[in-house]
Design a protein around this ligand. Structure first.
Ligand SMILES: Cc1cc2nc3c(=O)[nH]c(=O)nc-3n(C[C@H](O)[C@H](O)[C@H](O)COP(=O)(O)OP(=O)(O)OC[C@H]3O[C@@H](n4cnc5c(N)ncnc54)[C@H](O)[C@@H]3O)c2cc1C
Length: 401
């Protein structure tokens, strides 16, 4: 059996970020993932919106400086509007809030490559394999991993499940979740447009559902459409698809010229009310999955791991047992408010803006107009989505745990 202090299952954005944030501590760490490598950049054109707080955390980890120049794009303005027949429109601008950017659109493949690149320069052991089963003992969690060489046993004083929405670690621990399917899918596609607005993102509430456009530099945008007919959108021949997308979005970016692969993702809200057990804790999507309307999922996961890293570092300094229930409960107590409020905020946006009842349409249009007129409301909204709400863990203050 291989023995470690911490075993992390799942080498996605959250698992790799956690491994990296713990790497400088006097701990032995193993990260397991079936792929255990970033996808080639040309095969993964997914993009994410990163909040200012997340950029700060990735900078502290030495990851931001590894991103290729053209793989991240600042957002300096967000135009939020209602295209369901209403009048509401608001602009949130970085300079009005005294910021250099509201957030950044980042390529998934480039970010994962930077995380794995930084990890390879640490003592973290990266193993290709799949979490298969678990035995929890008094002082350790013993994981059986299936890999190409057959099963391997690994023990950790703490097991972290960062294995995504359908977490096998969560299932093995029998940690329950509450789950709500929105009855829609997200359709994600990168398109070229004829009249790009540099560094401007759009959030449109359309009769079809929320439609976001995120700037990718030059004339390229990522569009994220939430729809009950995502399959129909995906199956359309490209010219008809582009015409329909342009009709849904409007003319603010001119005409839509060409697009890449169209990907579909199920839209759900899922939350483990208590994502920990003796010697084990869940982070990122394994603990909570959000609707992507506000681009908060990874940002929230990054705040999980920043806070967990602080808890582990502090526990090490005090020579306490970081796998104990008391320590993990303390970590969860510190995360409860952020997780609950970010979930409610995201869910509230989906409900309010998916509703077609007349008075609600008027109310949300008024709300958008009001936000536009009240700088303090705008600032509060921006602070929430930028992930800079105090108290901030070390990484989000630019420090190592
Ligand atoms: C359409 C869409 C748009 C989004 N846009 C944004 C955005 O703009 N901003 C934002 O912050 N968030 C966004 N999100 C959310 C974001 O994608 C997730 O929150 C984030 O990817 C979660 O990362 P994770 O590492 O927790 O999980 P995942 O990315 O799912 O990674 C899980 C990892 O676990 C591994 N794994 C699975 N099973 C096992 C096993 N048995 N053993 C070992 N390893 C295993 C997988 O290989 C994978 O590497 C979006 C989501 C969607 C669907």
């Amino acid at each position: 059996m291989e023995t470690y202090d911490i075993v992390i299952c799942g080498g996605g954005l959250v698992g790799t970020s956690l491994a990296l944030s713990l790497a400088h501590l006097p701990l032995t760490i193993c990260l397991i993932d079936p792929v255990a490598a970033p996808p080639p950049r040309h095969k993964d054109d997914r993009t994410f919106t990163l909040a200012q707080g997340s950029k700060r955390a990735l900078t502290s980890l030495g990851v931001w400086s590894r991103l290729p120049e053209n793989s991240f794009h600042p957002i300096n303005e967000i135009e939020v509007s209602d295209r369901t027949g209403g009048f509401g429109l608001t602009h949130i601008r970085a300079h009005e809030l005294g910021l250099d950017a509201l957030g950044f659109v980042t390529e998934n493949a480039a970010l994962l490559a930077a995380l794995y690149g930084a990890l390879k320069e640490t003592s973290v052991v990266i193993r290709a394999g799949r979490f298969a089963s678990l035995e929890v003992r008094a002082n350790a969690a013993v994981v059986t991993m299936s890999g190409t060489d057959g099963p391997t046993q690994l023990s950790g004083r703490l097991l972290v499940g960062a294995d995504g929405t359908d977490s096998a670690v969560r299932a093995a621990l029998a940690i329950p979740v509450t789950r709500h399917a929105y009855g829609r899918e997200a359709l994600v596609v990168n398109c070229q447009v004829t009249a790009p607005k540099p560094q401007t993102a759009f959030e449109r509430f359309t009769p079809e559902g929320p439609l976001a456009a995120l700037p990718l530099g030059d004339d390229r945008y990522t569009f994220v459409m939430s729809s009950t007919h995502a399959q129909d959108w995906q199956d359309l021949p490209e010219p008809q698809f582009l015409a329909r997308l342009e009709q849904a979005f409007g003319q603010r970016l001119g005409h839509f010229r060409a697009c890449g692969r169209r990907l579909r993702f199920p839209l759900i809200r899922q939350k483990a009310p208590h994502p920990a057990a003796v010697r084990a804790v869940l982070v990122g999507n394994a603990a909570h999955t959000l609707h992507p309307v506000a681009g908060q999922g990874f940002n929230l996961g990054l705040r999980d791991i920043a806070s967990l890293a602080d808890t582990i570092a502090e526990t090490c300094r005090r020579q306490e047992d970081f796998g104990s229930r008391t320590v993990l409960d303390r970590y969860l107590a510190g995360r409860a408010h952020d997780v609950a409020s970010t979930t409610e905020f995201t869910d509230g946006l989906v409900r309010i803006f998916s509703n077609k009842i007349g008075p609600l349409v008027v109310a949300r249009n008024l709300a958008l107009t009001l936000v536009d007129c009240l700088p303090s409301v705008k600032r509060a909204l921006a602070v929430r989505t930028m992930g800079l709400k105090a108290p901030l863990p070390s990484l989000l203050r630019g420090l190592r745990p």
